[in-house]
Design a protein around this ligand. Structure first.
Ligand code: FMN
Length: 163
């Protein structure tokens, strides 16, 4: 049985909803074990034990969140050259942009020689005042459906061995 690892960090809940939507859709596919893990609790052994990946992070200060970066920092060299060719996708929760966080995740995935199997998903919350940025996020059904599609696609591809 193949394993899909979904690694995420969240501060105000948006990325968590994205990761959970993807995980739920992935679990509807047969033949794949889905592991949904917070970045804080995830390290190189988890990456090595999986067959495909979904990385989900907020964009903070035009970068992936520090805790997501910490996961990659702790994992990078223990994994390098041991996951070449495995499939991945990335999702970003952003207030207004998200592009740079996506670029950063893609760059690290390129370093790991992972294979991108879906375009990055950026969900924009349009939170631009301090109050709204710090408020708990509730994402819309359309945005969550985009995340579910990525999770289902990754899981189905892993199960069928098409990547
Ligand atoms: C310190 C901080 C910096 C942020 N910087 C950006 C940014 O550079 N670009 C952007 O689009 N959103 C930015 N945001 C907004 C967050 O991306 C947005 O609130 C998103 O919902 C966070 O995801 P989360 O709900 O999973 O924590 C920032 C939020 C915080 C708290």
């Amino acid at each position: 049985m193949k394993t899909l690892l979904i690694v995420y960090h969240t501060m105000t809940g948006g990325t968590q909803q994205m990761a959970e939507a993807a995980a739920q859709a992935a679990r509807e596919q047969e033949g794949v074990a889905v592991r949904l893990q917070r970045a804080q609790a995830c390290g190189p052994a988890d990456v090595l034990a999986a067959d495909g990946y979904l990385f989900a992070t907020p964009e903070n200060l035009a970068a992936m969140s520090g805790i997501m970066k910490d996961f990659f920092d702790r994992s990078y060299y223990g994994v390098l050259d041991r996951v070449n060719g495995r499939p991945y996708a990335a999702m970003i929760c952003a207030g207004s942009d998200g592009q740079n966080a996506l670029r950063q995740v893609e760059r690290i995935a390129t370093g790991w020689r992972l294979k991108s199997v879906a375009p990055g998903v950026i969900v924009c919350t349009h939170a631009q005042t301090p109050e709204r940025i710090l408020a708990r996020k509730v994402l819309g059904a359309e945005d969550l459906a985009r995340c579910a599609e990525v999770g289902a696609g990754l899981a189905a591809g892993l199960a069928l061995g098409v990547f």
